[in-house]
Structures are given as C-alpha cells and as structure tokens.
Design a binder for this molecule. Structure first.
Ligand SMILES: [Zn+2]
Length: 503
C-alpha cells in the first residue's frame, strides 16, 4: 500500500476517499481546488482510440463501452501515425487488457494514414504515399464517424509526428545530425514537411465532418537531446539535430552563426561524454555546463530555432484547419517532459501556446509518471547535476517544479506521482493560458510500466481523473489508447467524471 503523502499530509487513499479533502487543500492555499467551487461549462471528456480497437471489437461496441463506462463524449481517433504509442494493440511484453484481441500485432503493424488520403492535398510534398495498409481498404474515419454521431459523440482526428524511415520521401526530408548523418525525424523547416502537415489536416478537415484535430509532436530540440533531458531518451549527444540546409537558411534569417552553433554542440558533446565517464571538470559539472552556454550562446539559439520550427508547424496546422471554415477545434499535445524538466518548461509559455490552440492536452500521466520522472532525474544527474546526490537533486527539482511531497527516488517508480501532482499541473496550465484556450489534462489509463513500477488500480484512475476535474480543467483526455486500458479503470474514470460534473 502507498504511504506517500501530498503537501498537506493527506495520504493518497484519503485523497481518493474523502472529497472534503479537496476543500482542505483549498483552505491550505492550493488555488487549483478553489476553481472546483465555480460553476463550470460542460466538460469535454475525450478518449484516445486507435483504429485497431474498432477493427478488433466492432465500432458500435467500442463506442458503447466508451460512452457508458468512461462517460466519454469525444473520440480522439488516431488517424495518422507510424508510432505504437497511439496506434496498434498492446505493445510487446505487456499484458493485454480485458478486451480486444489477445494477440500481438507487432509483426503486422505498419502505421500511416488510417483515413483515405486525397492526392490533391499532397501536391507540394514528397510525402505522397502514407496510406496505412494495416486494415486493407478500411477508411477508419468514414467507418467510425456516422456511428459516433448517431450516439451524440464528437470525433476529432489525432495526428502524430512519428514516421518510419521506409516511407517514400522520408529520407529526402529527414533531419541531419551534428556529424552530417540523416536522422529519423522530419525537419520542421523543410518546405515539403510543412506542406505535408498542412495538406494532411486540410484533407481530414475538408473530407470528413469531424469536430477537430489533435496534433502530437514530442520531438525535442538539440539541447535537450544532447543532455538526454527527457524521461524517454538515451543520451546521444553526437546525434543531435538539425543542421540541414533548411535549418541553416532559417538560422541565417535570424543572424545565428551556423558554424559556431555546430562548434558549440561539438563542445557540448565532449562535455556530455566526459560527464558520463565521470571525468569531473575542475570547476564541477554544472559550472562547466553553464560556461559552455555562456561561451557558446549559439547552443541555446539553435535549440530555440528548433522550437520555433515546431511552433510554426503548430500555427500552420491551426491556420489550415480554420481556413476550411467548419469551426473545427485544434488542440496540441503538451508532452510529459514539460512536467519534469525545468529547462524544457522555460521554453514553453502557456500564455504563448494559448494563442496557437483552441485547447491544450497537457500530459499529467501520474501512474507512469513515477518511473518517467525518476528516469529524468537519473539522466540529468548523470551530466549537468552529477555533483548533486540524486535524492537531493530530486527534492531540489520538486521545489523548482512546485511538486508536493512525492515519493523518494528509489520508490518513485513503484509509487507513481500523486493526484496532487495532477491538480498542481492542471492549475499551472489554467493560470498560464489565462482563459484564452481550454486545458484538457491527459489522464494515464494503463500506460505500460515496468514490472516493479506502479500498476494503477481503478481507485488510482478515479483519483487522477477527479483531481484534474476538481482543479478546474475544462475536461480530460483519457490516454494513451483504449487498446491498453482495462475496463475497470475506464469505469473508474467515468465514475469520477459523473461525480465531478453532477449538479
Ligand atoms: Zn533541418
């Protein structure tokens, strides 16, 4: 049983059981919970689903389950990705949930566009052949949309920037790393990449009577990649991107010196490699790192340039959807690293993001959050903060991030992060956007974790969902995909939704 306490000394169990706890937290000065007392408009209860679930279980049956158990009113249908985080059955090595096919599709999964691409929208890009072959001739949007509408459900298409290298055209538009090698991701400054994203979302918005687009891009800039400053990364400082001709052109337009940027990243690469070997600079790891940033400001400038490219794509995606003129809602997925990493946080202003989106899906996956946060602390504790004992680094970072009393490092994976973390991150986002866009926290339901890491009980899912809604969120998005969620956890989310939205 969990024993970690949140900042007011209230155990997770009590937090779950006692709704009066919420008032106590508000009295303790945690602003988010005061919002719960305000009358709120109808909450949007979204859930992410991949095509394979509808194929395996039947469109009507799945929609009935999502509506009845999870109290969902919006389907975020994975329509474009080559990744298995949002598409496909349960990933290899993890137990199947209690519904759907009980057999891995790892061998047959391909990915791509699960709708039917209309060629006229892809004239200005080399990425013309992205149709997913996984389900034969099936057009998943055309198959699910009428059934959803019949039930009063909204349907938005999820589009994710995850490709595979064998897609025709990808090699031509891929990023180039520090040593001139082609990377695996698409360069956000390549004109064909820009044309692909705007073409794709225009195609979906025009060709189908959908309610909106949710766009995912979890790629990080070169500084974070060099440091492995995300939970999901291995540290590969010589493979940072992007140094292609289109990036160079964008840099020139801003007066950023390409050669010095590349030299700076070579210096950073040497620093990281030495740090990983435990070769302590005479002034210490942090001072040496900071000195690099001072002497090579192009390191920051180049990282910023990546973010600029990524954000320009978001702006163009939104403009393209709005140009169709159907009043469709456009949202962006704000990745988990935004929770953990203060360096990343500094590059993401909610106030700015609010000007680009109708809603933000803010990832607050608390169950897998424990092992992910621990992984981030170990990564950053291997380089920049190698002089700091890791437990102290965790506590220090908790303060920087305004986390409450979360578990210690060696217990984080088994404990997960608390509902209090969800409330705090939800409130931070709400305060940041100042009412200019909606905040829909992404709730972790069954995201695979290691064998000794926390496996969320239905009560955990209930507490997580309730924490987001009581903190004043405009709704939630149950994540990552229905094909990894257990029905009891889905029902627990639904119970929280009904409780939080009644009367
Ligand atoms: Zn590039």
């Amino acid at each position: 049983m969990k024993t970690n306490l949140n900042s007011t000394g209230i155990s997770r169990r009590d937090f779950v059981k006692n709704s009066a706890t919420l008032a106590a937290l508000a009295a303790a000065g945690l602003g988010p919970l005061r919002a719960a007392e305000q009358p709120s408009a109808r909450k949007m209860i979204g859930i992410q689903v991949g095509s394979v679930s509808f194929v395996d279980e039947g469109v009507g049956k799945v929609l009935d389950i999502l509506q009845e158990r999870a109290a969902a009113d919006t389907i975020f249908l994975t329509t474009f990705t080559y990744g298995r985080g949002l598409a496909g059955r349960q990933i290899t090595g993890y137990p199947f949930p209690d519904h759907g096919a009980q057999e891995s599709d790892a061998g047959s999964f391909h990915g791509g566009n699960y709708a039917i691409p209309h060629p006229e929208f892809y004239r200005n890009t080399v990425l013309k052949q992205t149709r997913a072959p996984d389900h034969g001739d099936l057009d998943i949007v055309a198959a699910v949309l009428p059934e959803a509408k019949k039930r009063g459900l909204r349907l938005s298409c999820s589009v994710e920037d995850v490709f595979r290298s064998d897609v025709p055209g990808v090699k031509e538009v891929a990023e180039v790393d520090l040593e001139g090698r082609k990377g695996g991701s698409l360069c956000p400054f390549h004109p064909d990449v820009r044309a692909f994203w705007t073409g794709l979302v225009t195609d979906l918005s025009k060709s189908y009577d959908i309610d909106g687009i949710l766009f995912f891009n979890e790629h990080n800039g070169p500084l974070l990649n060099a440091l492995g400053a995300s939970h999901a990364q291995s540290i590969a400082s010589s493979r940072v991107t992007c140094f292609c001709e289109h990036h160079q052109r964008a840099a020139r337009a801003q007066g950023i010196d390409f050669d010095r940027a590349r030299q700076g990243y070579r210096q950073l690469d040497q620093f990281v490699r030495a740090a990983l070997e435990g070769e302590r600079p005479s002034d210490g790891y942090f001072v040496e790192f900071w000195r690099l940033l001072v002497e090579w400001p192009e390191i920051i400038a180049w990282d910023r340039l990546f973010d600029q490219g990524k954000h320009e794509v978001l702006a163009e995606v939104r403009a393209a959807v709005k140009a169709v003129g159907k009043d469709q809602q456009v949202g962006f997925h704000i990745e988990h690293v935004n929770s953990f990493n203060p360096i990343f946080r500094a590059t993401r202003s909610y106030q700015d993001l609010a000007t680009r989106a109708d809603f933000l899906k803010v990832v607050v996956y608390n169950n897998c959050g424990g092992e992910r946060y621990a992984s981030f602390i170990r990564n950053i504790g291997s380089t920049v903060f190698r002089d700091v004992p890791r437990e102290e680094l965790l506590r220090f970072n908790n303060h920087l991030l305004n986390y409450g009393d979360e578990a210690k490092l060696d217990q984080l994976a088994a404990a997960g992060l608390s509902p209090d973390y969800i409330a705090r991150e939800t409130q931070r986002a709400l305060t940041g956007v100042q009412g200019k866009c909606k905040i829909l926290p992404g709730i972790d339901i069954g995201i695979p974790t290691g064998k000794s890491s926390r496996q969320a009980s239905p009560d955990d899912t209930y507490a997580a969902t309730l924490a987001a809604l009581k903190a004043g969120a405009h709704g939630v998005i149950l994540s990552r995909k229905y094909s990894e969620m257990r029905l009891a956890n889905l029902a627990a989310a639904g119970r929280a939704v009904r409780e939080a939205t009644k009367g």
